[in-house]
Design a protein around this ligand. Structure first.
Ligand code: ZN
Length: 230
């Protein structure tokens, strides 16, 4: 039986930006992260926020980076060039406009921001968020929509999480207030992987096995998008 060669699985030449939301130094640098930056279409918003945390103190920024590093490994196995917008939990920012610029400057084939949500205990599940419109224009928005659908499919089957029960529509959401999406000229989405205030979601998000499932879903969705030819 023929097996795929390593070369046929290679996606060398593709570039993906992975953007772990927030940062560990944000809480102690309130003035820096409160600075107003462009968010596209003539509006401004704050540089960044601290993010949320689980009730036991496990911070969102840590979850975001842990998952991002796993996604990086999985994509690198396919020889994809991966750029992270931050590589540790010790800094401040980068500001949301800079997170978009990193993807734009790299001419990334895809960019994904990774977050955890902080709703009340009752809601659970993932949200795949797109910009209502980006400065990249309608063709770029259509590519972001294709990326969103690819990740939605892999989240459904691989992550262990359901579409969000408390916001959006069946796990999809369109927003106009996210600078990192508005300012993107490359296909980009933001994933709220789960609700860190919900007991079921956080049990999965705090376990290394759960984070591996989430990272696999993200990586497989990106790879599906990169190879689908749409
Ligand atoms: Zn967040």
């Amino acid at each position: 039986m023929a097996t795929a060669s390593a070369d046929s699985l290679s996606l060398a030449g593709k570039t993906v930006v992975i953007d772990p939301g927030h940062n560990g130094g944000n809480a102690s640098h309130a003035a820096e992260i409160a600075r107003l930056v462009p968010m596209g279409f003539g509006q401004t918003k704050t540089c960044d926020t601290t993010g949320t945390n689980a009730d036991d103190g496990y911070p969102e920024y840590q979850f975001n980076l842990q998952v991002s590093l796993l996604v990086q490994q999985l994509l690198q196995q396919r020889r994809i060039t991966v750029i992270l917008t931050r590589t540790n939990d010790d800094g401040v920012g980068p500001c949301v406009d800079q997170r978009a610029a990193i993807g734009n400057n790299a001419h990334a084939d895809a960019a994904v921001s990774i977050h955890g949500d902080g709703y009340d205990t009752g809601g659970h599940g993932f949200q795949i968020i797109q910009a209502a419109r980006s400065v990249g224009g309608s063709a770029n928005d259509a590519r972001s929509n294709a990326l969103a659908h690819a990740l939605h499919a892999t989240f459904l089957t691989e992550s262990g999480l359901t579409p969000a029960t408390y916001i959006g529509t069946e796990g999809y959401e369109s927003r106009s207030d996210l600078a990192g999406l508005n300012l993107s000229t490359v296909p980009k989405i933001l994933v709220e992987c789960g609700n860190m205030k919900n007991l079921g979601d956080i049990a999965l998000m705090e376990s290394s096995a759960g984070r591996s499932r989430i990272a696999q879903a993200i990586a497989d969705g990106i790879i599906e998008f990169l190879t689908s030819g749409t």
